[in-house]
Design a protein around this ligand. Structure first.
Ligand SMILES: [Zn+2]
Length: 431
């Protein structure tokens, strides 16, 4: 969800960790404390630079585990008190501030203000954590696959089989310039008939190999139509009008693909044009029209995000634009064989999983970028969930709840140790 630009303070999570203190809630909700040596917290530098005072709390995958989070039997929530010195804002809050969970009453079997649940026990393996919050479950999906293009064809049935083999529950199959006439027939604005309660395949659009795509490839999800002009191959000459066309459709979610082509050295891509670099993304962000940025490839061994995507996305967050981060495979083009290194998007979906609820969660920023099966640290800041916004009227302490799958001893074992890519990308031409 894009918003108006706001200047933000720059205290980083890394700085905040210097003041941290681990607090473990006891069985009856009574907190106990222990000190953690800061040097044990090996935060990936990419995570460490997340601003926290008014953060869009999109997280990264933290390495690969043997199973997706939602298959884990229990979670180990930790409550970390952070001192966000200097994190106040000069303007009064314009929206309700989430109220910190009153820890003292958690565990009395009564759901009270600030609690999502309270079952009165000290069991984390059930549907109510000892923090009186409900454990989240992540829905793994792919925002970017293709049936036709790049010299191949993957039928809807085969797409479903290949995505389900990776544990994915949602696939956005994108019609694009190559094979447009064939794949357009799959587009109905509804889930494809191969979809089941366990898996959704839905055809939408990537604006690629059209005249509009000279400065980057849009990923448009939840469309009612693919016809953004009377001649999509020739008009318009930029994506700006296409984004406006998509935004007039009530369900549409607007993303931009191929963040991995953004320079990872801090420079701005010059000249614009050519294939794939999401040069135009800054325009869509500034106009408040971009919901997510996706990446489709990460150099092997470099973790869940490449340097270019991270720089672009981080700058976006720091400038006050709420743009979710997402991962896709570009199956059929950049990815021929899906593996544990293939980017994906894990999403916290509220209620029943449908394509629309999945899209709304992406729009709300409840996404985590992952490579293969991801393990995620689920953050709650002052009771706010991933994707919520926390506004502090003045410097103050806030509580941060970390839910991690399984045990993390020491807690730093739950953090990613991925490093920056050091070599430029060398990839085949994507769609
Ligand atoms: Zn593509």
């Amino acid at each position: 969800m894009a918003g108006s630009p706001q200047k933000r303070p720059t205290t980083t999570f890394e700085q905040s960790l210097a003041h941290q203190r681990l607090v473990r809630p006891g069985p009856a909700g009574r907190a106990t404390s222990e000190s953690i040596p800061t040097e044990q917290c090996e935060l990936d530098s990419r995570s460490a630079e997340m601003n926290t005072s008014s953060a869009t709390m999109t997280t990264f995958a933290l390495g690969r585990g043997p199973a997706p989070l939602q298959h884990r039997a229990w979670y180990r929530p930790m409550v970390v008190a952070l001192v966000l010195a200097g994190c106040g804002t000069s303007s009064p809050p314009s929206s309700p501030t989430p109220t910190p969970t009153p820890v003292a009453v958690c565990g009395n079997a009564r759901v009270e203000a600030g609690e999502e649940c309270d079952d009165g026990n000290a069991v984390n393996a059930d549907a109510c954590l000892v923090t009186c919050q409900k454990p989240v479950s992540w829905v793994p999906g792919d925002v970017h696959v293709h049936s036709t293009g790049c010299g191949g064809y993957i039928s809807p049935e085969a797409l479903k089989a290949r995505l389900m083999a990776q544990g994915l529950k949602v696939g956005a199959a994108l019609v694009w310039g190559e094979g447009y006439a064939d794949d357009e027939l799959f587009f109905t604005g509804r889930d494809h008939p191969v979809s089941t309660p366990d898996f959704i395949l839905h055809y939408d659009m990537e604006v690629s190999h059209f005249a509009a795509a000279r400065a980057g490839h849009l990923v448009l999800l939840g469309l009612d139509s693919l016809r953004f002009s009377d001649d999509v191959f020739e008009r318009p000459g930029s994506n700006v009008a296409v984004v406006d066309w998509a935004r007039r459709q009530p369900r549409a979610v607007v993303g931009m693909a191929h963040g991995e082509y953004w320079p990872g050295d801090g420079s701005f891509p010059v000249p614009p044009g050519g294939c794939c670099t999401p040069w135009e993304s800054v325009v869509h962000m500034a106009r408040g029209r971009l919901d997510f940025l996706s990446l489709e490839r990460v150099p092997s061994g470099e973790g869940a995000i490449d340097a270019g995507s991270f720089r672009l996305w981080k700058a976006t967050q720091n400038a006050g634009f709420r743009v979710a981060i997402a991962g896709g495979s570009d199956l059929g083009c950049l990815t021929r064989v899906m593996s544990d290194d293939t980017p994906r998007t894990d999403v916290i979906v509220d209620g029943t999983l449908t394509y629309d609820s999945w899209l709304q969660a992406i729009k709300a920023g409840r996404t985590a970028l992952a490579s293969g099966f991801g393990r995620h640290v689920n953050l709650r800041v002052a009771g706010g969930r991933l994707g919520d916004e926390v506004r502090l009227p003045a410097p103050q302490d806030v509580s941060v709840t970390l839910e991690t799958p399984g045990r993390c001893r020491p807690p730093s074992k739950c953090w990613s140790t991925a490093r920056w890519p050091r070599a430029p990308l060398s990839t085949p031409a994507p769609s």
